[in-house]
Ligand binder design. Structure first.
Ligand SMILES: *Cc1c(COP(=O)(O)O)cnc(C)c1O
Length: 415
């Protein structure tokens, strides 16, 4: 049985009815399934078993401490993009020696933090960053382990905002410039070249872009070996898509098998950095219908969750399945599912056939990735609480913010 399912006419997550969670914790509420999170991680880990590998969860997809801790306990490494994420990983009990640090504009302070923590690798995205890291490492008396993130110029065929491996993107160094940059890195006294990295985008639903990128990365690897620069690990990035509606992303096992076929006989340790694929379908956003409003051309369901809670529809025009918590609630009508925020872009779904009454609960599905982690306080809306369900047990893993929390750091001008 899938972790999110109807039972006795009502939507459950594992063995807990969502209506109980709404009653107990209020709405809007992010709810996650422990089983779904664990299964997703284990599917990745098992798909690479038998080869030296490390699954580095991409923290930005969902950075809640309890989720990081769950993955750490399963043996995960972590892909971070800020010093803040490093602190979260450490607070959650993650092992710094399994952390890779991506990101195009790492500050000197972030570099120092990561050097002091003793991370596995810095994924360098420019020549200027390489020079800064060499200087910072020297100033703290450390040698920084580095990979270059190369941009293989392949089209991942995904939304332009989340495609990162094309020439016109800000990410990585051009693959044609990589040998020169690796030679420079190898000559810098406070850097130690350990790996080669690439990440081409997100929500990729075909295998071919990954394979095309890997072909280019392996050609570069051979060139590097030819000039005497040994590479110990290959970091193939994240980006495997999930099913939101009718997408058919490859199963993790197929994705891994396609990569492994290309990697056969190579001694390098394999790193992957999945984010969305580990958490996306393990979470939902629970929200309550405040009012129904029947306009001249459209019907609106005004719900208590908004673009500040789940930004993906407003930002990417992303589609999330929306289900009533009550199963088969009667005759349906087409609704715009919209929140209280003062923007016409504040919607969770367009034109959804649902049977609704004021007070009903809705589950916005596939909200585990880039949901809570992208949420904001726009309109002075406290961010949602989060609950992690294990079987019959619900654990609150984040309290709902209060309004006082939101202006705690603010002060008035003196009289
Ligand atoms: C965002 C990101 C990931 C994770 O992407 P998903 O699509 O969530 O798997 C991995 N690596 C890097 C460098 C990223 O920026």
């Amino acid at each position: 049985m899938t972790p999110i399912h109807y039972r006795n006419g009502e939507l459950h997550i594992e063995d807990v009815p969502l209506s109980h969670l709404a009653e107990h914790y209020g709405t809007p509420l992010y709810v996650y399934s422990h089983a779904a999170l664990s299964e997703a991680f284990q599917a990745f880990d098992q798909a690479f078993s038998g080869t030296d590998h490390l699954v580095c969860y991409a923290v930005k997809a969902n950075s809640s401490l309890a989720i990081l801790n769950l993955f750490a306990r399963l043996g995960a490494g972590f892909d971070i993009v800020s010093g803040g994420e490093l602190q979260r990983v450490l607070a959650a009990g993650g092992n710094p020696r399994k952390v890779v640090f991506s990101g195009v504009a790492k500050s000197a302070e972030e570099m120092r933090q990561a050097l002091n923590a003793g991370i596995l690798c810095f994924n360098i995205e420019s020549e200027a960053e390489m020079e800064r890291l060499n200087q910072v490492a020297g100033s703290v008396g450390k040698i920084a382990p580095v990979s270059l993130r190369v941009n293989p110029d392949v089209d991942p065929k995904t939304h332009p905002y989340i495609s990162t491996g094309l020439k016109g993107n800000k990410f990585g160094v051009p693959i044609g410039d990589a040998v020169r940059l690796y030679q420079k890195a190898a000559d810098l006294p406070n850097l130690h070249v350990t790996g080669l990295d690439c990440h081409i985008g997100s929500q990729i639903t075909e295998i071919s872009p990954f394979v095309d990128a890997l072909d280019k990365v392996l050609a570069l690897l051979d060139q590097l070996e030819a000039v005497g620069i040994p590479i110990h690990h290959l970091d193939l990035g994240g980006g495997l898509g999930i099913r939101y509606s009718d997408e058919t992303p490859p199963p993790v096992a197929d994705y891994a098998a396609a990569l492994r076929a290309k990697l056969a006989g190579r001694p390098q340790k394999i790193l992957v950095e999945p984010g969305r694929a580990l958490v996306g379908n393990a979470g939902l956003l629970l929200t309550k219908v405040e009012f129904l409003k029947h306009g001249e051309t459209k019907n609106f369901a005004l719900v208590d969750a908004a673009m500040n809670d789940l930004m993906r529809p407003a930002l990417y025009d992303a589609w999330h399945d929306i289900q009533t918590v009550k199963e088969n609630a009667g005759a349906t009508t087409a609704y715009e599912i919209v929140g209280p925020v003062c923007e016409s872009g504040d919607f969770l779904g367009h034109d959804r056939q649902l049977a609704l009454a004021a007070g009903d609960l809705l589950a916005v599905l596939s909200a585990g990735a880039y949901g809570m982690s992208m949420s904001s306080n726009y309109n002075t809306r406290p961010r949602a609480a989060e609950v992690l369900v294990v079987g019959e047990q619900a654990h609150q893993i984040r309290q709902r913010e209060s309004v006082a929390d939101l202006y705690r750091l603010e002060t008035l001008l003196p009289q």
